[in-house]
Design a protein around this ligand. Structure first.
Ligand SMILES: N[C@@H](CCC(=O)N[C@@H](CS)C(=O)NCC(=O)O)C(=O)O
Length: 216
């Protein structure tokens, strides 16, 4: 039995975060793909509160929530650290992860699910928040500095903003509007391990179309 198991879903940015961290840190693991329309007993058993993926199981001990899992991986496997070693830099990385998951993500979700005036307003907020991230990235190779680290893994949701209108709030992330984030994405796309953990746009588009047929 594998010491580390990851229960995930291919189109989930949260699952892809954990997978990227496992690969960057060189931790071997078994990946179990979940059907979220028919969740396995393992998901219900290991994450009874949220019943969501990703779930990491290490030596039979389960852990949910991607951000929690990332920190656990870094504390348990010391090789190839993803979080900064300096306490101030660590705290700053945690500040930005909160910004991404607690501000940008909910705003983008609101923009996706609303219509009319509310949607326009949410889209405007997405732009403002992306501009803040663009400024944070200015002058750096990656969010984490010279190499890919924790914040780059967390910021993987930015890939979704490149997708076309029918799948997200609209193709907000263009080189004209956000040249620095756009350049960061192009850099990440050149890294093999990132590509192994990246949801391909075309596959994702087909998936969104297929579920909108099932659930009109
Ligand atoms: N905050 C969680 C979010 C996890 C999440 O939303 N997972 C989705 C897939 S993207 C899921 O399992 N959804 C199943 C459901 O809502 O029933 C994390 O960071 O891990």
């Amino acid at each position: 039995m594998a010491e580390v198991k990851l229960f995930g879903f291919w189109a989930s940015p949260f699952s892809r975060r954990v997978e990227l961290a496992l690969k960057l840190k060189g931790i071997s693991y078994e990946y179990i793909e979940e059907d979220l329309s028919n969740k396995s007993p393992s998901v219900l058993k290991y994450n009874p509160i949220h019943k969501k993926v990703p779930i990491l199981v290490h030596k039979e001990k389960p852990l949910a929530e991607s951000l929690v899992i990332l920190e656990y991986l870094d504390e348990t496997w010391k090789s190839n650290p993803i979080l900064p070693q300096d306490p101030y830099e660590r705290a700053t990385a945690r500040f930005w992860r909160k910004f991404i998951d607690e501000m940008l993500l909910p705003t983008a979700t609101r923009a996706n699910r609303s219509t009319g005036k509310e949607q326009e307003q949410a889209k405007e907020e997405v732009h403002q928040q992306l501009k803040i991230l663009e400024d944070e990235l200015k002058g750096k190779e990656f969010f984490s500095g010279q190499r890919i680290g924790y914040l780059d893994i967390v910021a993987n949701i930015l890939f979704w903003f490149e997708y076309p209108e029918e799948v997200t709030v609209g193709k907000v992330l263009t080189p004209e509007k956000f040249p620095i984030i756009y350049e960061w994405i192009q850099k990440l796309k050149k890294v093999d391990v990132v590509n192994e953990c990246r949801v391909q746009k075309e596959k994702y588009q087909d998936f969104i179309k297929s579920i909108s047929v099932v659930k009109p």
